[in-house]
Design a protein around this ligand. Structure first.
Ligand code: HEC
Length: 123
């Protein structure tokens, strides 16, 4: 009788261990969170698309800030130093884009920061 009890307990314990030990914790599947890829951000590969979608309507031809255009690498690069402050609204500078025209996603902010940190690579 005792042996049967131990055998059953052993099998039950084994079942619990094998069911839980291999639990695959994946936040993408669990919460639908897509990790932000900030590795090796470049202007042509990543940043241009973000700036084009969020900034060039004003900072480009026909925009209200067309005198400060960001539609090419050459026109954006001189402002690299203030970009990170601007996208966070640091130092009392107006946050960009202005809240009335939208917001940058956290991931896009992280990408721009990574790009500036990496030395503003072009391609
Ligand atoms: C709705 C129009 C609009 C959009 C969209 C916009 N800006 Fe601006 N931006 C302005 C205006 C107006 C100014 C000038 C006033 C000021 O400095 O706050 C400005 C100023 C700036 C400056 C300072 C330029 C200088 O002369 O020193 C930077 C840098 C900047 N924006 C970055 C951005 C970035 C980056 C984006 C996109 C993420 C963006 N802006 C989107 C309207 C816009």
């Amino acid at each position: 009788m005792k042996q049967i009890f131990f055998a059953v307990s052993f099998i039950a314990a084994l079942a619990v261990i094998t069911q839980t030990a291999c639990y695959y914790d994946n936040e993408v599947e669990q919460y639908g969170i897509t990790p932000c890829d900030t590795v090796a951000q470049t202007y042509n590969g990543h940043i241009q698309t973000i700036i084009q979608a969020n900034c060039v309507s004003c900072h480009g031809p026909g925009g209200e800030q067309e005198q400060v255009p960001f539609d090419t690498y050459g026109s954006l690069q001189p402002f690299a130093a203030s970009l990170v402050d601007r996208i966070h609204g640091n130092n009392g500078l107006g946050i960009m884009p202005p809240p009335s025209s939208g917001t940058l996603s956290d991931c896009n902010k992280q990408k721009i920061e990574a790009w500036v940190k990496a030395g503003v690579p072009e391609n």
